[in-house]
Ligand binder design. Structure first.
Ligand code: BGC
Length: 752
């Protein structure tokens, strides 16, 4: 806790997060803060150096575990636990020890840890257990496991994202854990990057609004509430666009672009009161972020007003000397990271950080004031969570774990994510009287619907998935009856099995559903060398095309794999992303018309592996001889009904920079089905002193319309929307012509 953080006013550079809620501070809150500060000061005064450094140390569950029991769960080892909690006074433990556990097992091990921390240590400080609950409480068996963030972004349903945050928080609290390492707020602007699906897509505005909503859902207005957790925005900053596309490799982002795009979601989450932040594993412009005091202190705390604590990513302090080569040895790396502003080290496998840091303080190389500052920030979050009063899990919450109501929300999310990319001659929806061939490597697996961070880190242990959930094949069988479905896998991701059998089966059916995409992966193991969909899958479609039977392609993939060579072969293409545990049903609901799709792509779908720019590219990237020619544009997504936009109106044609501009537009459902349309408002600054993007998304909303119904939608824009980061790296609004584009309509106005 830093006194300056209380009086810092978020600078104009970051006030941008318009539309994102912020936490209001009341007099009662101020009083509570002062009481907490007093408690923290009192506690700090009693703590030894070792106890303080212990608070800054986080180890993984494996460090305190011994035997694996018959269920495959690592069990706690009392001696090792003593060593961590009593001898080294660690402040935090993380992770699941390999695979998801039951609620009861979590409750047992967290209770055991907290009993030791509160009863057997001198000051009784509870530990804060951290977990990667990336799309639901994915490390607790039977949890509500949602679509991954990329699919949630496609829903454009901010309330749904907030509700996902609420349910996730409840289910991890029900599992005894008060701290979630999410949301991921990097912008997925390099489709090669294996963590693209952990993001809310390529756009800064969508990521800001969704990220802030997810934080609000998890934290509410008070994280001491029994069903709330401390969220962790990650990975701060610039992790998501490695130049090479490979995970944990260098990014090169000029400060202007950092502020224009990448900082915005973090600013929005900080404004929403996020309690913790995790640091980018890698480097920007040659500076590993774990060593960058400018980003970790000046910008994060000084500008964004963040006042929680900063945790390193996995072993990343060590990486300063092992991988990034900015420190000579471990000791120098520890000093560098702590002095740069890292408050807690996810060490995670030993006590080397602890030993070095204690020594660095004793020799005067790290001032005790820096330690006090870091520990105060950690204790603040522990106090805010109510861990001192209630260190033990609340067993009552188990009753609310994975309820049917939560499952319904999950199903709704998966349905709303579905993005129909192509539908020639209204091939979809299919009649339920059709005979169907289901084929492809994604047809009959739950893992491919969920992706990484599901039950295990890589999410690839199919045997551990809940068998009552439907794969795509099973959900299709439910729609048309098993006797009307032929299933031939035909290819794996990297091998042909029996394409010829699929080809001959095609003659017996009315339509082919080819389930293609990616196997599950997470982080570095998901690195690829080529964005093209794998060769066996391409060949499967090409061979099936020769049968003349209509092909519906369903894509379950974490990043947009290039499919240019088979797009024309498919009559319809449905992008399902990684839609989570209810994904199979949601896909079948769309294929057979029980759900009208309404998702929109939260990224630009590339046509070529070697030519990718995002939708908010510069004009030069779409001016001869260059051509912006994606497979599908950001924001693309079809419906079974049709919508017509009309009557686009601006409140004024000329405004001053500080004035508000009201934009209204009418949307009518001109088709014969009820449907939802995501209305996206783009702004273009026609001429600017820094080359402007061709357009930027500024607002979106979702409108539900019955056939024949129309609605008028109203948006308000202001200074923050008109501003860009200028030549001095500060936000400016420049006079001149601007354009609003909405549903194919355009209107211009001028800022004077
Ligand atoms: C990932 C983080 C994650 C951490 C703890 C790291 O490898 O980059 O996103 O929170 O592990 O599991």
């Amino acid at each position: 806790m830093r006194t300056y953080a209380i009086i810092v006013i978020v600078t104009a550079a970051l006030v941008w997060a318009a539309g994102c809620a912020s936490i209001e501070t009341t007099a009662a809150d101020n009083q509570k803060d002062q009481q907490m500060e007093k408690k923290i000061d009192e506690l700090l005064a009693k703590m030894t150096l070792e106890e303080k450094v212990g608070q800054m140390t986080q180890v993984t569950l494996e460090v305190v575990a011994g035997e694996t029991n018959e269920d495959g769960w690592l069990m706690l080892d009392d001696k090792k636990l003593q060593d961590a909690i009593v001898t080294h006074q660690v402040g935090s433990i993380l992770n699941c020890g390999g695979q998801a556990r039951t609620v009861d097992n979590w409750l047992q091990i967290i209770t055991q840890m907290q009993a030791m921390a509160t009863k057997q240590t001198r000051l009784g400080i509870p530990i804060i257990y951290g977990i990667d609950a990336i799309h639901g409480a994915n490390y607790t068996l039977g949890a509500t496991i949602f679509p991954q963030h990329i699919a949630m972004a496609a829903t454009s349903n901010v309330d749904l994202v907030r509700t996902e945050g609420e349910i996730t928080a409840l289910e991890i609290r029900a599992s005894g854990m008060p701290w979630n390492f999410g949301p991921v707020l990097g912008l997925g602007r390099n489709p090669m990057w294996p963590r693209q699906w952990e993001t809310f897509g390529e756009d800064a505005y969508i990521s800001s609004v969704m990220g802030a909503a997810y934080v609000e859902g998890q934290q509410g207005s008070d994280i001491s509430q029994p069903t709330k957790v401390a969220a962790c925005m990650k990975h701060y900053l610039g992790y998501s666009v490695p130049l090479s596309g490979k995970d944990r490799t260098p990014a090169y982002i000029p400060e202007r672009q950092l502020r224009q795009l990448f900082l915005k979601p973090f600013a929005a989450a900080a404004k929403a009161g996020v309690a913790t932040v995790m640091v980018n594993s890698s480097e920007i412009n040659g500076i590993p972020v774990h060593s960058d005091r400018f980003l970790l202190v000046d910008v994060l705390r000084g500008e964004l007003g963040f006042d929680g604590f900063v945790v390193s990513d996995w072993a990343d302090i060590d990486n300063l000397y092992k991988r990034e080569m900015v420190a000579r040895d471990q000791r120098e790396a520890v000093k560098m990271a702590v002095m740069a502003g890292v408050d807690m080290s996810m060490v995670p496998n030993d006590y080397s950080f602890y030993d070095h840091l204690v020594d660095l303080v004793k020799t005067g190389e790290v001032p005790i004031s820096r330690i006090d500052e870091a520990v105060a920030d950690i204790l603040l979050v522990k106090f805010q969570l109510g861990l001192f009063e209630r260190p033990y899990p609340n067993k009552q919450l188990k009753k609310q774990f994975a309820t049917d109501a939560s499952r319904q929300v999950n199903l709704q999310a998966a349905r709303e994510a579905m993005t129909l990319l192509k539908n020639e001659s209204d091939l979809l929806p299919l009649g339920k009287d059709k005979k169907v061939l289901v084929t492809g490597p994604c047809s009959n697996k739950l893992s491919v619907l969920n992706g990484g961070w599901t039950i295990t880190w890589q999410g690839d242990n199919e045997a551990l998935y809940p068998q009552e959930k439907s794969t795509i094949l099973e959900a299709i069988q439910d729609k048309v009856g098993a006797s009307n479905v032929e299933y031939i896998e035909a290819v794996t991701f990297d091998k042909e099995l029996d394409i010829s059998r699929a080809v001959s089966a095609a003659s017996r059916v009315d339509v082919i559903v080819a389930c293609l995409g990616e196997p599950t992966y997470c982080e570095t193991p998901g690195n690829i060398d080529d964005l093209m969909l794998t060769a066996p899958q391409i060949r499967l479609v090409q061979e099936l095309t020769k049968t003349g039977k209509p092909i519906v392609m369903v894509l379950t993939e974490g990043r947009p794999r290039v499919i240019r060579t088979i797009v024309d072969d498919a009559g319809a293409i449905l992008m399902a992303y990684l839609p989570g545990m209810e994904g199979g049903q949601a896909i079948a609901d769309v294929l057979f018309g029980d759900t009208n799709p309404s998702g929109k792509l939260p990224f630009t779908y590339p046509k070529y592996s070697g030519w990718h720019v995002c939708y908010d590219h510069k004009k030069s990237e779409n001016a001869a001889p260059n051509k912006f020619d994606p497979q599908w544009e950001f924001g693309h997504g079809l419906s079974y009904t049709t919508f017509k936009y009309g009557d686009l109106k601006l409140s004024k044609k000329q405004i001053s920079p500080d004035e508000k501009l009201t934009v209204t537009v009418n949307i009518a459902n001109t088709g014969s089905r009820e449907g939802a349309e995501i209305v996206q408002l783009y702004l273009s600054d026609v001429v600017a002193s820094v080359t402007p993007p061709v357009k930027s998304l500024k607002r979106f909303t979702k409108v539900h319309l019955t056939p024949g119904q129309s609605k008028t939608v109203r948006f308000e824009l202001g200074w923050d929307d008109f501003a860009f980061i200028g030549r001095q790296n500060k936000p400016v609004v420049e006079p001149g012509e601007f354009k609003i584009t909405l549903g194919g309509l355009t209107e211009a106005f001028e800022i004077q």
